[in-house]
Design a protein around this ligand. Structure first.
Ligand SMILES: [Cu+2]
Length: 471
């Protein structure tokens, strides 16, 4: 009896200590590099780092101009910015501008290899509307490992509309970026990337949430409206984000820009690569908790008893007030009719199993990624319909394409929900058809083609990717 009592006491002390360790870390905000303040000439150095996720414990990481992740770069529509990426990580990599409408030669796909100690010197002409995008490596077979080590950062685009809208827009104060990832730790040290045959099928899924490289973060915000820019920067995990109080919040933007109007939602599902902007009303001064349910990797799995973790504790500093508001009207989205499309393309994401039941190969339309083969040829400026589905297996896949944004026409035969009617570049597809409508306005030649692929990075590295030209 005494032993049991002692064990219980010990357990509760340990749990208390665990609790005390939690939520004590101030959310890190990546440094903001405004392209105008830097005369539209930016240097980013990819380097090996030693990031402290836990105090005084160094993990082996990589970052841009720092130990983990990279600065947020702010661009303006109709301005061009030069970026010099210098590779100091001791091995080759690339830096892809995910979500950017730019030509294949500056897209940063697998063909834009940056050798060790080399500098990739590019000019990014920004022609697209205000949106939250990101940059990360895209080297053939190495994307998952390089992103996992910390090579990722945000590209924020502003335009006349975004600057005019009365939204909160003080970076890091009432307009806060959240790069959400999952990592495993042993004694406070991040476990280096490795992947087993078993893990390949579901992709690398780990146990601890980190936000902007911060474990168990809190943030203090002014009273009033709060704008969060969410990026699911995880390798494979799909989350369902919600407030612990279950109260509604407003979705205002998808990957490629603002929705036409804010849509009240209580749950937000996000796959790797997806970005969404949300607004939360913090005017009653009470703290809120942003939570994430870890969604099951396969469709047949039950969605009861799922792991739920806190993403961020949002505390209010009542001495400060945000002057941003939630406008009724955000954007005008010009869509095309299906009849305007000149071409329809079919993409089936396929999985193959070995006799141990593990996925040994993944491809699209029966063709595994091959850098010397062009899979599709798109005509510049023409409207196309792409029909996409998971053709085998029980997993849903986040399908992504380079060089543009698209609109969802239908999923499972149904039109998209109001909150999914924005410009996107990643869409979660299941075994039923998803139809999107799309137009490519920039050139991607045979030498520097665009990619389409699954954004579960392990699937991409396994070959669930193809190449296309736009000419
Ligand atoms: Cu996939």
């Amino acid at each position: 009896m005494n032993k049991l009592f002692f064990a219980l006491m010990l357990f509760s002390i340990i749990s208390c200590n665990e609790k005390a360790k939690q939520d004590t870390n101030k959310l890190m905000i990546p440094e903001l590099i405004d392209s105008r303040a830097f005369n539209r000439d930016i240097q980013l150095t990819l380097q090996n780092g030693q990031h402290e996720f836990y105090p005084n414990i160094k993990s082996n990481t990589k970052g841009f101009n720092g130990h983990y992740l990279g600065p947020t770069i702010r661009f303006y529509k109709n301005e061009s910015t030069r970026i010099r990426f210098t590779n100091k990580i001791g091995e080759s990599t690339t830096v892809h501008g995910h979500g950017l409408h730019v030509e294949g030669k500056v897209d940063g796909g697998p063909h834009n290899k940056i050798l060790p100690n080399q500098t990739w010197d590019i000019i990014l002409p920004i022609k697209q509307e205000a949106s939250t995008n990101w940059y990360h490596p895209h080297l053939m077979g190495k994307t998952a490992e390089h992103v996992h080590a910390g090579l990722a950062g945000l590209y924020i685009i502003e335009d006349d509309n975004s600057l005019k809208l009365p939204l909160p827009k003080t970076y890091g104060v009432d307009d806060i970026p959240l790069v959400i990832q999952d990592r495993d730790f042993t004694n406070g040290k991040m476990v280096d990337y490795s992947i087993t045959e078993e893990e390949n099928m579901q992709g690398k899924r780990e146990g601890t949430l980190i936000v902007n490289g911060t474990v168990s973060p809190y943030v203090k915000v002014p009273k009033g409206w709060l704008r969060l820019r969410l990026l699911n920067g995880s390798n494979a995990r799909i989350y369902d984000f919600h407030l612990k109080s279950k109260q509604p919040f407003y979705k205002i933007a998808t990957e490629g820009g603002f929705l036409e109007e804010p849509i009240a939602i209580t749950n937000l599902k996000m796959a790797p690569g997806e970005r969404n902007e949300i607004m939360i009303n913090m005017s009653n001064g009470q703290s809120k908790e942003l939570m994430a349910t870890f969604l099951p990797p396969e469709r047949r799995m039950l969605s009861i008893g799922l792991t739920k973790k806190r993403v961020l504790e949002i505390r209010v500093d009542s001495s400060k007030v945000s002057n941003g508001t939630l406008p009724n009207k955000l954007n005008a989205i010009h869509t095309w009719k299906k009849e305007e499309a000149t071409t329809t393309r079919i993409f089936e994401l396929l999985t193959y199993w070995n006799d141990k039941g593990n996925a040994y190969a993944m491809d699209i339309n029966g063709k595994s990624m091959n850098m010397t083969r062009i899979d599709e040829e798109v005509t510049k400026g023409e409207i196309e319909v792409w029909r996409i589905r998971a053709g085998s297996g029980m997993m849903d896949h986040p399908f992504h394409m380079h060089g543009t944004s698209f609109l969802i026409v239908s999923q499972n035969g149904k039109p998209p929900k109001p909150e999914d009617k924005g410009w996107k570049d990643v869409v979660i597809v299941n075994h039923r058809w998803t139809e999107i409508i799309v137009k490519f306005n920039f050139e991607a030649t045979k030498k520097f083609p665009y990619m389409y692929h699954c954004h579960i990075l392990e699937h991409e590295d396994l070959g669930m990717m193809g190449q296309f030209t736009v000419e």
